[in-house]
Design a protein around this ligand. Structure first.
Ligand code: PLP
Length: 402
C-alpha cells in the first residue's frame, strides 16, 4: 500500500495506516517487512527509483537520511497529521534539534512550568549558555502565555499531560495565542502518542515525541521524532541533523517501525488499565491523592475529554506523603519494576523527586506539586489485576504518623 500522506483525517483508519503507511516492503525480493538498510553510505551513480528519497532527492549518507528511517518518518507524519517527519537518535535529540533550528543568541522561549527534567535542564543549561533565555510559566491558564511573551520570543514549548504532575494544557487555546503573537507552538506529545492526542490538528505548529516510550512500546530502543511542515523538517534535516549529527540507527528505526504497528492496541490497553488502577488507588486508604486525567476527580477532566481521542494513556501519579513511604513502595514491588522511562509493555514506577526531576531544587519541585511522596506509574499491558495486587501489597508497607 502506498504511503498515505493525507493525515489523520484520511478515510483510511488509524490502525490501518499504523500498519501500512510508509512501508513499501523490499522492491528487490518482495519481502513484506521493510528491510533494515544497515549501510552508512550509498552509491552515487544516477539514482534508481528505489534510491530516491521522498521529494526526489537521492540517499547519500545515513547521518542525513536512510530508507528504513524514511519509512518510519513517513508513517509517523501520517499518523500525527503532519506533512513530514524526522527521526533522530533520542527524544532529547529531537527536542534540541527543533530548538537549535528555531532560536539563536538573543532569543527567548516560553515553556510550560512542569516539564520533563532534561528539557528543563536543556533550557536552563545549554540554551542559556548559547544566549537563549527561557521563562517557565503555568500554561494550564492559557492567558499566562500572553503575559510572558516578549518582543524576542520565538516559540512556546509545552508538554500535556505534564511530566510528572499530569496537569493539562489546552493546546488549541495556546496555539491560537501563539499565532496572534507570531510565535511557534511546539508540543511534546510523548505521553499520549498520535493515537490519543494530535496537537497539529489542534493548531500546534510542531510536535515532538520521545519514540523511546509508547511509539517503541517495548522498552528496547531509544529514538525521537519531529513532525511539522515540509519546509521546517527540511531545515532541521539540512542543519541540526546534518551538522550536529544526532541521527538514529537504521536498526532502531526498524524497531520503532515494528512498535508503531501495535501502538493503537497498546494505547487502548494502557488507557483502560490505567483508569482501573487510578480508581483502585483513589479508593486506597494509604494513598493521599491520585492524578489521572481520565478520572472524574482530575481538575481538568473536561479538557481531557475534549483533547484526548479515546483514552488518557497509561501515566498515573499518586502521593504517599513522604519520601520514606515512596521509596518503601518502590522497594517492595515484586512484579512491577522500579525504573525511569515509560510507555513499555512492563509496568514501571519511579520517584520523580529523586529520579527524573532530581535536578530541580526542593522548593522548585514543591512549588510545581512534585512532592517528596509522589510516585509515577507507567502502566504496562500485564493483566490489570496483577498490577493492582502488586501495588496493593507494596502499599501495605506504608506507615503514617498517628
Ligand atoms: C515527556 C518526555 N519528553 C522527552 C523525553 C526524552 O526522551 P529520550 O529519553 O528518548 O531522549 C522524555 C524521557 O523520559 C520524556 O518523558
Amino acid at each position: 500500500m502506498a504511503a498515505s500522506r493525507k493525515g489523520a483525517k484520511s478515510r483510511i483508519g488509524f490502525n490501518t495506516r499504523a500498519v501500512h503507511s510508509g512501508e513499501e516492503g523490499c522492491p528487490l525480493t518482495g519481502a513484506v517487512s521493510t528491510p533494515i538498510y544497515q549501510t552508512s553510505t550509498f552509491s552515487l551513480k544516477p539514482p534508481s527509483k528505489e534510491q530516491a528519497l521522498p521529494g526526489g532527492m537521492q540517499y547519500v549518507y545515513t547521518r542525513v537520511a536512510n530508507p528504513t528511517t524514511s519509512a518510519l518518518e513517513t508513517k509517523i507524519a501520517d499518523l500525527a497529521g503532519g506533512e513530514a517527519g524526522l527521526a533522530l537518535a533520542s527524544g532529547m535529540a529531537a527536542i534540541s534539534a527543533v530548538l537549535f533550528t528555531l532560536v539563536g543568541s538573543g532569543d527567548h522561549i516560553v515553556c510550560s512550568d512542569v516539564i520533563y527534567g532534561c528539557t528543563h535542564d536543556l533550557l536552563k543549561g545549554v540554551m542559556r549558555r548559547m544566549g537563549v533565555e527561557s521563562t517557565f510559566v503555568d500554561l494550564s491558564e492559557p492567558d499566562n502565555l500572553a503575559g510572558a511573551v516578549r518582543d524576542n520570543t520565538r516559540l512556546v514549548f509545552l508538554e500535556t499531560p505534564a511530566n510528572p504532575t499530569l496537569k493539562l494544557i489546552n493546546i488549541r487555546s495556546i496555539s491560537d495565542i501563539a499565532g496572534e503573537y507570531g510565535i511557534k507552538a511546539i508540543v511534546d506529545n510523548t505521553f499520549m502518542t498520535p493515537y490519543l492526542q494530535r496537537p497539529l490538528e489542534l493548531g500546534a505548529d510542531i510536535v515532538v515525541h520521545s519514540a523511546t516510550k509508547y511509539i517503541s512500546g517495548h522498552g528496547d530502543t531509544i529514538g525521537g521524532i519531529i513532525v511539522g511542515d515540509e519546509d521546517f523538517i527540511r531545515e532541521v534535516r539540512g542543519e541540526a541533523l546534518k551538522d550536529i549529527g544526532g541521527c538514529i540507527s537504521p536498526f532502531n528505526s526498524w524497531l520503532l517501525l515494528r512498535g508503531v504497528k501495535t501502538m493503537g492496541l497498546r494505547m487502548e490497553r494502557h488507557s483502560s488499565s490505567a483508569l482501573e488502577i487510578a480508581r483502585f488507588l483513589e479508593s486506597h486508604s494509604m494513598v493521599r491523592t491520585v492524578m489521572y486525567p481520565g478520572l472524574k476527580s482530575h481538575p481538568q477532566h473536561g479538557l481531557a475529554k475534549l483533547q484526548h481521542q479515546c483514552g488518557s494513556s497509561g501515566m498515573i501519579t499518586f502521593d504517599v506523603e513522604t519520601q520514606y513511604n515512596a521509596i518503601k513502595v518502590l522497594d517492595s514491588l515484586e512484579m512491577c519494576t522500579m525504573a525511569v522511562s515509560l510507555g513499555d509493555v512492563n509496568t514501571l514506577l519511579e520517584h520523580p523527586a529523586t529520579m527524573t526531576h532530581r535536578s530541580l531544587s526542593r522548593k522548585e519541585r514543591h512549588d510545581l506539586g512534585i512532592n517528596d511522596g509522589l510516585l509515577r506509574i507507567s502502566v504496562g499491558i500485564e493483566d490489570s489485576a496483577d498490577i493492582i495486587a502488586d501495588i496493593d501489597q507494596a502499599l501495605s508497607k506504608v506507615r503514617y504518623k498517628k
